[in-house]
Design a binder for this molecule. Structure first.
Ligand code: GDP
Ligand code: MG
Length: 598
């Protein structure tokens, strides 16, 4: 029976512990990729992933492993990202698998995302295969890490694979353990088709490509399929697997992880978490799917060129297919015109979305400062959810404002407890508890305002613990707080997209800081630009950008008109990520300046 020789597993770990490099070695050892085509972190195939050296998207590949028992096994391996902003990719990957390979860095040991990912895998009842990686490092201490895995996670690590993904050590041991420990899939080949959509991407030629895990039945080209939740039907044009390049197949069967195309052009009708069934012989119940992700932060996305609004909408729709956590709805700003309010899982996610929109869809965008969702309780008894600071009602209409709180778990070595607590306290954190995990590690748990940690908290945490602390957080309700809206005026005009919300105690200071920061960012023009910060009608800070003296085209004597135009055009092209607001050009950094803390 064919299924007996299938193994489906995800590789999970804290960021940088070596997941993608381990995947490289597995692809190499099984001759899935030839030596000639091999490159480092080959599954990180997006330019953005390669440039930043991080995995952003899950990536599923099929490979064949000739095991010591003499049989050929078909492995479906899913490489996953490690950053907290992309944990949705991890949880969707895990739902397609029976096992998880848990990579732990032999020098760093268990970190916050190691734990977070283990919990996700245990939620899905997956078999966990621990791997201690980077044993080649001089600072590696595999025995200590084994003990950590047992004490902190509670997994038996006595026969954990000792590996160096870099040097290719321990790979065969790992593959054998996968064969031995990860259960084979157990779906019913003769039952009606049930396949879970765990990812998708839009392809100009093939339409929507669905990544699926088949649980029951089979699917092949020509089949009529139905998406059980969206109730749409299509005819299958191709099925296949990635290896790692797309490889079409005659059929996919229960237990397989692969892709389906069906000339799906309607991009709004396909959702990750939906169940694909056979339209003529449908399953009676859809698979449970995924819980919807709630965005943590919102920001406005505006095309620098107003004429590109429709392009931006189309791009967002297509990108959403490949980024299920992205949310958006139209919004408008007096300063920036028409755009979209987008919801993200964190700052890195936001950054990646902006970059992908610009690269993959050729757009120039301005992102406004991200904001959390505030709850404004009004004097008329209603509650308004405020995702955009500019929309905060007048102070006189507000009874109280509540802000989102997260439960932040910071894992750090003992000697940094003081530094971590000082930082959390400084960011309005409320100490909850502290757990000693073993002899040298502690989990410090705080309730923190989400707005205080989304921007640079993680960087500050890293720098105050010499890189040793790691962070995980989850939403933990709303709490009343004394918050005020601060407006910024350029040249006397309020720029709504620069408004922000701060705690009253810090408002005046933040207003001054930001006004002076804007002064350094907004380019001089040929007239003076006053910058003011205000709470309601009260000005709390002011400064001025002086006019510039020299006209860039002055040395051309105003004579040669074409040269003059060319120069102006060149200047214009160099004005990427800049938006004209009234008579003032505002660069992208200005919107982000609002968030920076010194
Ligand atoms: P990921 O974030 O878990 O996917 O980690 P990567 O595979 O991208 O690796 C992160 C960094 O660790 C890269 O610089 C790798 O070269 C390095 N690395 C991965 N495995 C090993 C290893 O076994 N030994 C050493 N010394 N470095 C490794
Ligand atoms: Mg990776």
């Amino acid at each position: 029976q064919h299924q007996k020789y299938i193994r489906n597993f995800s590789i999970v770990a804290h960021i940088d512990h070596g997941k993608s490099t381990l995947a490289d070695r597995i692809l190499e050892m099984t001759d899935t990729v030839s030596k000639r085509d091999m490159q480092d972190q080959i599954l990180d195939n997006m330019d953005l992933e390669r440039e930043r050296g991080i995995t952003i998207k899950l990536n599923a590949v099929e490979l064949t492993y000739h095991a010591k028992d003499g049989h050929d096994y078909e492995f479906h391996l899913i490489d996953t990202p490690g950053h907290v902003d992309f944990s949705y990719e991890v949880s969707r990957s895990l739902a397609a698998c029976e096992g998880a390979v848990l990579v732990v860095d032999a020098a760093q040991g268990v970190e916050a995302q190691t734990l977070a990912n283990v919990y996700l895998a245990l939620d899905d009842d997956l078999e966990i295969v621990p791997v201690i990686n980077k044993i080649d490092l001089p600072s590696a201490d595999p025995d200590k890490v084994k003990k950590e895995i047992e004490d902190v996670i509670g997994l038996d690590a006595s026969d954990a694979v000792l590996a160096s993904a870099k040097q290719g050590i321990g790979i065969e041991d790992l593959l054998e353990q996968i064969v031995a420990k990860v259960p084979a899939p157990s779906g019913d080949l003769d039952a009606p088709l049930k396949a879970l959509v765990f990812d998708s991407v839009y392809d100009d030629y093939r339409g929507v490509v669905l990544s699926v895990r088949v649980y029951d039945g089979t699917v092949q080209p020509g089949d009529k399929i139905r998406m059980m939740n969206s109730e749409t039907e299509y005819e299958v044009t191709e099925v296949g697997v990635n290896s790692p390049n797309p490889l079409s197949r005659d059929y996919l069967i229960a237990g397989d992880v692969g892709y389906i195309t069906a000339s799906i052009k309607d991009i709004t009708e396909t959702r990750v978490g939906d169940t694909v069934t056979n339209a003529e012989d449908p399953a009676d119940k859809a698979l449970p799917g995924y819980r919807e992700m709630n965005p943590m932060v919102y920001a406005g996305l505006y095309p620098t060129d107003n004429a590109k609004l429709t392009d931006l909408r189309e791009a967002l729709e297509k990108l959403k297919l490949n980024d299920a956590a992205l949310e958006f709805e139209p919004e408008s700003s007096q300063a920036l015109g028409f755009g979209f309010r987008c919801g993200f899982l964190g700052m890195l996610h936001m950054d990646v979305v902006q970059e992908r929109l610009e690269r993959e869809f050729n757009l120039d965008l301005i992102t406004t400062a991200p904001s959390v969702t505030y709850h404004a309780y009004l004097t008329d008894g209603t509650m308004k959810e405020v995702e955009n600071p500019a929309e905060m009602p007048e102070a006189s209409a507000i009874k109280k404002i509540e802000e989102p709180i997260v439960k932040a778990t910071i894992m750090a070595p003992n000697e940094y407890v003081g530094a971590v607590m000082e930082l959390c306290q400084h960011r309005r954190g409320q100490f909850l508890t502290m757990e000693y995990l073993d002899d040298y590690r502690v989990n410090i748990i705080y309730n923190m305002p989400l707005s205080e940690i989304i921007f640079d908290f993680f960087d500050k945490l890293k720098s105050s613990t010499r890189g040793y602390a790691s962070l995980d957080y989850e939403m933990n309700g709303y709490q009343e707080s004394d918050l005020v809206k601060i407006d910024l005026l350029l040249n006397g005009d309020k720029v709504d997209a620069l408004s922000f919300i701060a705690h009253r105690t810090f408002a005046a200071q933040r207003g001054r800081e930001i006004a002076s920061r804007l002064k350094g960012i907004i380019p001089r023009q040929n007239f003076e630009i006053p910058i003011q910060a205000a709470i309601g009608a009260k000005i709390i800070a002011r400064t001025t950008i002086k006019a510039y003296r020299k006209d860039v085209t002055a040395h051309l004597y105003g004579g040669d008109r074409t040269r003059r135009m060319k120069l102006l055009e060149k200047q214009k092209a160099g004005k990427k990520r800049m938006k004209a607001v009234g008579r003032v050009d505002i660069p992208q950094e200005a919107f982000m300046a609002v968030l920076k803390t010194d």
